[in-house]
Design a protein around this ligand. Structure first.
Ligand code: ACO
Length: 431
């Protein structure tokens, strides 16, 4: 990052402080307030971090107004069209696109780690059959630290590398196992002679009693879903991973924390919530009722799959996802299913409605990914686990960047305390 000599002057209560302004390679300038408390005796207050940069990073850049998402400088639409998930993983992890030899080596390293420790199978069996696959994933990924002791020392760069590869390789296996367990089917072991996305589909949909061939269009669509969700700078789950790892916690525990955060309906859980909403609406004639509810300030209902904290123009991932949705639906011969009809009509109405236009609430990536995953045959409970599989590389890349930064500190926000001031304990008989 270019050093800047610019400063911001802050005056309050007779004090004047000059705060350094740091200029990024892209995006708005950043006022460095790290010495504000030491020099001025005050904190800043920014719930939800709407104006706060929490770290310095070189991995992903989003311009919400332009609707642009760059990984290491490369636009997401180019990557989604010309690249594929494992190449994007390499780019995120190591900073550059790989040469052909580097890619082959990386793919073989990931492929060699796709199986999970056999004792993990017993661990799965401890969960209730009807557990949500995300609940199972939080537990199983956290438990990886109990199975892979030789890659938990975060001070050793080699162990960090092995842990990263293990997570990228094993998360699809774990997600597929969580699914198989929830439907009472036997686990399907990974096959290392097919690609990452095809292998995942096979682990989810094959059964030992029959041959299963992955359709290349489905594999391509799956790979795109993985690619489009690979990283998204300092979103809630990534910030959770960074905060958890700032204490020096092992990488498996930190990624489990990220998965737990992703599960929420305002974040990764939105694709499940969106499809459930489309089904609840049921038929296009009921859309106006739901639009009215979404606009009503006294009703907590929101149109799931619309709006984004950063994209206030359009979500560049949604464009590519929409195209994939059309391809998959064509392949499956699905043109008039009721959920799809509701989705198309809702998209049309919301894009024209004054409330949504004024507030810049466009369909986000989750609006279309839910439709594709549904057409592929995934139940809604698997939508967020698939997001977690895709985002693992983003979490891991951000974690690695943070751990190797010599200036890393434990994350410890301050607060604006509005509770009681000191008061004395009252014995129970006197209350
Ligand atoms: N439906 C109806 N109104 C909405 C919606 C929505 N989906 N989203 C935002 N609004 C309204 C809010 O009520 C608010 O109105 P007001 O200014 O009159 O009070 C205004 O738009 C701004 O909303 P905020 O919540 O302040 O925006 P924020 O940036 O904090 O929220 C979020 C972004 C959480 C994504 C929100 O748009 C939302 O809840 N969307 C639905 C859930 C969803 O699809 N999440 C997926 C995000 S993408 C991802 O995680 C991959």
């Amino acid at each position: 990052m270019a050093e800047s000599t610019k400063t911001a002057t802050l005056s309050f209560e007779g004090k004047t402080l000059d705060l350094p302004i740091r200029t990024p390679t892209a995006g708005p300038d950043v006022i460095d307030i790290s010495k504000l408390y030491a020099q001025g005796g005050v904190f800043t207050h920014d719930p939800g971090y709407t104006s706060t940069s929490s770290c310095e990073s070189k991995i992903t850049f989003i311009d919400g107004d332009k609707g642009e998402l760059l990984h290491r400088g490369y636009p997401i639409d180019q990557l989604a069209e010309k690249s594929h998930y494992l190449e994007v993983c390499y780019l995120l992890l190591y900073g550059e696109l790989p040469t052909a030899d580097e890619l082959e080596d990386f793919e073989s390293r990931v492929t060699n780690h796709t199986m999970v420790h056999e004792q993990m199978h017993n661990f799965f069996r401890g969960f209730r059959r009807d557990a949500h696959p995300m609940a199972t994933m939080v537990g199983v990924v956290g438990a990886m630290s109990a199975f892979y002791h030789d890659s938990t020392d975060i001070s050793d760069p080699w162990q960090r590398e092995v842990a990263s590869i293990r997570m990228i390789a094993k998360l699809p296996t774990i997600a597929a196992m969580a699914y198989k367990y929830s439907i009472g089917q036997p686990f399907v072991y990974p096959r290392n002679d097919i690609d990452y996305a095809a292998n995942f589909l096979r682990m989810c949909f094959a059964v030992p009693a029959e041959d299963y061939e992955v359709d290349p269009i489905m594999a391509r669509a799956m790979d795109r879903i993985f690619t489009l969700h690979a990283d998204h700078e300092q979103n809630a789950s990534t910030s959770t991973v960074r905060l958890a790892s700032s204490s020096g916690a092992n990488p498996f525990a930190c990624i489990a924390a990220g998965i737990a955060c992703l599960w929420g309906p305002a974040h990764g859980g939105a694709n499940q919530a969106c499809l459930e909403m489309l089904r609840e609406i049921g038929t296009p004639d009921r859309i106006p009722e739901f639009i009215t509810r979404a606009k009503d300030k006294d009703d907590p209902f929101r149109l799931m799959g619309f709006g984004h904290r950063v994209y206030k123009n359009f979500d560049p991932r949604a464009k590519v996802m929409k195209q994939s949705a059309d391809e998959v639906l064509d392949l499956m011969g699905i043109h008039d299913n009721p959920t799809l009809q509701v989705a198309k009509e809702l998209e049309r109405i919301a894009l024209e409605d004054e409330y949504f236009v004024d507030k810049k609430l466009y369909p986000n990536v989750d609006f279309y990914s839910g439709i594709i995953l549904d057409a592929m045959g995934f139940p809604t409970s698997m939508f967020t686990p698939i997001f977690a599989v895709s985002r693992t590389v983003g979490w891991v890349s951000q974690w690695k960047e943070m751990i190797s930064d010599p200036t890393m500190k434990i994350g410890r926000p301050r607060q604006l305390y509005t509770g009681h001031t000191r008061r004395d304990y009252v014995d129970v008989e006197n209350r």
